[in-house]
Design a protein around this ligand. Structure first.
Ligand code: ATP
Ligand code: MG
Length: 691
């Protein structure tokens, strides 16, 4: 077996190997469609990475491989895994492994790139900017105001709800009426007004040369549906590989079909039991229908061996998903024996939960398990608040995924808005924000300026000639100078960001008391900018896949530092840790009280718990606080509620867990034992009281 130790494919099991070797010998771009459908931790992602390596090894051009993943982090990891495999092969043969896969990324970032390349052919101006969710909501709000809906209809849905409805219609390809009926029944009475609003919203985006997230898919799907352009774009790739296919929506399936109607070179992997994004319009039908969607039938590979978790963790996870109303892929097995059952911890409240989790984490670390090998997962980003405080108190470094994003901080939004406005002066959301940073300029003046810019043939001239209010004097002149510099033809990225930074920092110090941390964030942004080739790619990437940490906490840890991962369950998809804690495993959190409506929603919450549990390799701790805090509708106020263990763990399933009870709520005082010195003192005094 001396040879096989160098063979990175030797470790694959026969089913994985079949997927990796599928149609390897055939001519470029003619492999039959392939579906790998299998449970958590069965090696789907690993198989995908090996297939990429195998394809390149047999002569496929890395430039012609499209690899779609759930996040940029996942794309990087996959690229890394594939090049490791290649390194082992090529290294042994003295060849050079390819440095990168230029077409690996999220569907949105790849969409943005293609749209930039083909803008001219579909009547889009190349200078378009991309709106994040917040910007899109703002534009929706502006449009709603412009067409007079907010004035006449006081109860009209909020801008965020309007955007959610619009987005759902686009992604599901259903009619507005159907979406309202199925998902937003309380908005049904507004159907006619919403139609008008969405029409105006689409017009505004076009006039202002901005795209929202949904447009990136929508335009791509339209390009793919066009007979010429679709074939052309499909022809750019010999292989199209998609991870986490169970969480794609109809629009994404349409893109795939448009590019590759015969399914040539298409490979998707996923797990119907882990479909958790239907609230964003994803549909598990995509993966179930995949085998018969193309001109030729797809080959199917299933995997049933789990390489991630110990048998007791798998038993518990299998039991939870086994109770689902729909039958999913069959039960997984593993040869990782262990006597440690997953732990179900009953605890008085969230404060205790935070303390208990910190204790376990430190205990694990004592045994040599790095913080990075551990994670704490929760249903909603706000659920980790108590834990974050406790972690900070104990100086345990952590990074949070899926929470407040770097990009949502207002000072970061300011800087990006300036860059966006310089790139695309027609964009009113960015423009409105930027212009009002100049002291003395308010909403009315900003609107006048943006109107002038919108009508002008040359935006710079319009800005230069604008009669700004006298009170903004020198500040206005400085802004004009900045705008001129940013629009100058010879400017070489990332010089832009230095210009913006120098202009912005004095304003920042004027506007915020805590300017210092914010300055650090802006510096951080400038550093990030250096890693990108141009203003367009930087803006697109940072909008589509923003960094996660902000200065609201201690700031992102250094790369080589050890830190704990905090993550929403949704963002933990595809990942694994030696030890996993799941917070608030109670009814009202999982399932969330917002989704206790219909059976389909409840089922999705069950799958969510399954996803959380199957992230664990060796230790799994589910924590059940007896009381927890819920944020409610404004009029009802926040409050504590009593809770019970999640309904997804039935009494019959308890045998799979080790139950631990951690004190009762009545013994609150006893949780911080008095130091010995204090106790002695009290006893001493009591003993001498009679004297
Ligand atoms: P998920 O459904 O959670 O995304 P997955 O099916 O994509 O899981 P992977 O993440 O690819 O699973 O693999 C899970 C773990 O099992 C990884 O640590 C991976 O390295 C390991 N693994 C996969 N296949 C094998 C194998 N043949 N031999 C040894 N380890 C393997
Ligand atoms: Mg995976």
């Amino acid at each position: 077996h001396a040879a096989s130790s160098d063979d990175p494919f030797a470790s694959l099991n026969p089913a994985q190997r079949a997927a990796v070797e599928h149609d390897i010998g055939v001519a470029a771009g003619s492999a039959r469609p392939l579906l790998v459908i299998a449970g958590a931790g069965s090696g789907k992602t690993n198989t995908l990475a090996h297939r990429v390596a195998r394809l390149i090894m047999s002569g496929a051009d890395p430039q012609r491989i499209l690899l779609l993943t759930f996040s940029r982090r996942a794309a990087n990891e996959m690229t890394q895994r594939a090049s490791n495999v290649l390194h082992r092969i090529m290294g042994a043969r003295g060849g050079q492994p390819p440095a990168s896969l230029p077409w690996a990324g999220t569907v949105h970032s790849i969409g943005a790139r293609l749209l930039r390349d083909y803008a001219g052919r579909i009547g889009l101006e190349e200078s378009f900017t991309i709106h994040d969710r917040g910007d899109s909501e703002d534009l929706m709000g502006m449009v709603r105001h412009d067409i007079g809906l907010t004035q006449t209809e006081k109860r009209f849905p909020l801008k965020g709800t309007c955007l959610a409805i619009y987005s759902r219609v686009v992604n599901s390809r259903d009619t507005l009426a159907l979406v309202l009926q199925s998902t937003f029944p309380w908005c049904s009475e507004w159907e006619a007004q919403l139609k008008t609003l969405f029409g105006a919203y689409v017009d505004a985006k076009q006039e202002q040369n901005v795209l929202d997230y949904d447009d990136l898919l929508l335009f791509w799907a339209e390009m793919a549906a066009d007979p010429d352009l679709g074939a052309h774009i499909g022809g750019l790739f010999d292989h199209v590989l998609v991870d986490e296919y169970q969480d794609t929506n109809r629009l994404q399936a349409a893109i795939l079909m448009g590019m590759k109607p015969g399914g040539e070179g298409v490979m998707v992997v996923g797990d119907d039991a882990q479909s958790i994004y239907s609230f964003r319009g994803a549909t598990v039908r995509n993966i179930l229908d995949f085998p018969k969607q193309f001109a030729q039938e797809a080959c199917i590979v299933t995997l049933d061996r789990n390489y991630r978790s110990t048998q007791p963790i798998l038993d518990a996870s299998n039991a939870v998903i086994g109770a689902a109303l729909e039958r999913h892929a069959k039960t997984l097995w593993t040869d990782k024996v262990s006597t440690v059952r997953p732990q179900l911890v009953l605890i008085p409240d969230e404060a205790e939960q935070a303390r208990w989790v910190c204790n376990r984490i430190l205990e694990h670390r004592e045994t040599g398990m790095a913080l990075k090998a551990q994670a704490v997962l929760f249903r909603a980003a706000s659920h980790s608040a108590a834990l974050e405080l406790e972690l900070m108190r104990r100086n345990i470094p952590f990074v949070k995924f899926g929470g407040l994003k770097f990009l949502e901080a207002s000072h970061i939004k300011d800087v990006l808005a300036v860059l966006r406005f310089a790139q695309n002066p027609s964009g009113r959301v960015a423009g409105f924000r930027v212009v009002q940073l100049v002291p003395g300029i308010g909403a009315a003046t900003a609107t006048r300026l943006l109107d002038a810019v919108g009508e002008a043939a040359e935006p710079l001239r319009a800005v230069e000639q604008f009669a700004a209010p006298a009170r903004s004097g020198g500040d206005w002149e400085q802004f004009v100078a900045l705008f001129r510099a940013l629009r100058a033809p010879g400017l070489r990225w990332p010089a832009d960001i230095e210009l913006v930074k120098n202009w912005y920092l004095p304003h920042l110090e004027r506007m915020y008391d805590d300017a210092q941390v914010r300055v650090a964030d802006v510096e951080q942004l400038a550093r990030l900018a250096g890693g990108h080739g141009s203003r367009e790619t930087f803006l697109a990437e940072i909008t589509l896949d923003p960094p996660e940490a902000t200065s609201d906490r201690a700031g992102p840890p250094l790369l080589d530092e050890d830190y704990l991962i905090l993550s929403t369950i949704h963002s933990s998809k595809g990942q694994e840790w030696k030890s996993v804690h799941v917070l608030n495993v109670v009814d009202g959190c999982i399932p969330s009280d917002m989704s206790t409506g219909n059976a389909a929603d409840i089922e999705e919450e069950r799958r969510l718990l399954y996803v959380a549990m199957t992230r664990a390799k060796e230790h799994l701790h589910l924590v059940v606080p007896n009381r927890f805090f819920i944020k409610q509708q404004a009029q009802m106020g926040d409050r504590h509620v009593y809770a019970a263990r999640t309904r997804f763990i039935s009494p019959a399933m308890l045998k799979h867990f080790e139950e631990t009870v951690w004190m009762t709520a009545d013994t609150q005082q006893s949780r911080t034992p008095m130091p010995d010195s204090v106790r002695m003192l009290v006893r001493e005094r009591a003993r001498n009281a009679w004297k």
